[in-house]
Design a protein around this ligand. Sequence first.
Ligand code: COA
Length: 349
Amino acid sequence: MPTSKIAGIGCYIPENKVTNEDLKQYMETTDEWIQERTGIRERHYAHRTKETTTTMAVEASKIAIERAGITALDIDFIVFATLSPDYYFPGCGVLVQRALQMKEIGALDIRNQCSGFVYALSVADQFIKTGMYKNILVIGSEKHSFGLDFSTRGRNVSVLFGDGAGAVVLQATEKEGQGIISTHLHSDGQSAELLAMYNPGTHANHWVKEPVADYTDAAIGEMFMSEQMIDKAQNFPFMDGPAVFKKAIVKFPEVIMEALTKNRLTTADITILIPHQANLRISQFVQQKLALRNDQVFNNIQHYGNTTAASIPIALCEAWQQGKIKEGDLVCMAAFGSGFTWASALVRW
Ligand code: COA
């Protein structure tokens, strides 16, 4: 049975760097507050009109494809993870297929927010293991800056997020002991509303009691996105930060240990852990809990903020570019986020 190796990796960071100090022109915040609570010093925002989630993904994909030593015509399938798609529908996968002038291959979009890339990797891995595809383009990309509340009202969320993209070419290999060893996917919908963007949506307050506007009198066509929702800032993401933090610090170590235990490995076997870059304090907590050395954990949230589905492939790409990942190394990726969903993947590079 073939396994899936990461044959090429690429990332794209938009040029426009926004420091914590820069954010003070929009909201009441301080560099000190942001750094102390999150470790973030700066993030990058895509160009307002010239860059989209898909255009950034295309740039990252071109690099990944080139590094894999193939062309876009060799790609058999696309899996695209994002929560900030160019359109509500269709998904970004088909836009990549068009932009890279690929064959009429399948394109699948994944909506698993911060866990999106690990979920995408897992889905692609199954297609390769069954022999259905040989080269799959797996992408995580986000343009958060288009839809955050930059007033003081939204500061607990908006300071955390940044834009960017990462992509890998997952390729079938027969080489013994190389590639994805296992992936582990989980969810618990009990807390779905604690980290969510409710609108535009069809929920009509069915699930959400507070703080969604009462729009029962809205005209039927307005229920998807009404002026009232915009007035009450309900077209922006909502997050109960402390609740997310508490759950994340339990689920991150749990899903990493699940992957190791399943494969009779220990934390000492990990060459490098690439945690989803949610908050440096979360990563540090996980590192401490698992007694990992500094060189075993890669963080770059200081420079990019939380780029959701793009955070793992961007971090993986940077770690690889810095020579921190070599053939034979054991790489562990782990993510936690909205849903809640959480996931891990173990890869022998
Ligand atoms: N600048 C300054 N003050 C801010 C602020 C900002 N950007 N954002 C919030 N505050 C204020 C709050 O208004 C609150 O003020 P109050 O005490 O006067 O009411 C105070 O800071 C504390 O807010 P709180 O939300 O309790 O802070 P916290 O210590 O929990 O830190 C997070 C907030 C968001 C950094 C933290 O909860 C977190 O990282 N959670 C996980 C988030 C995450 O990982 N999300 C992505 C999931 S993958």
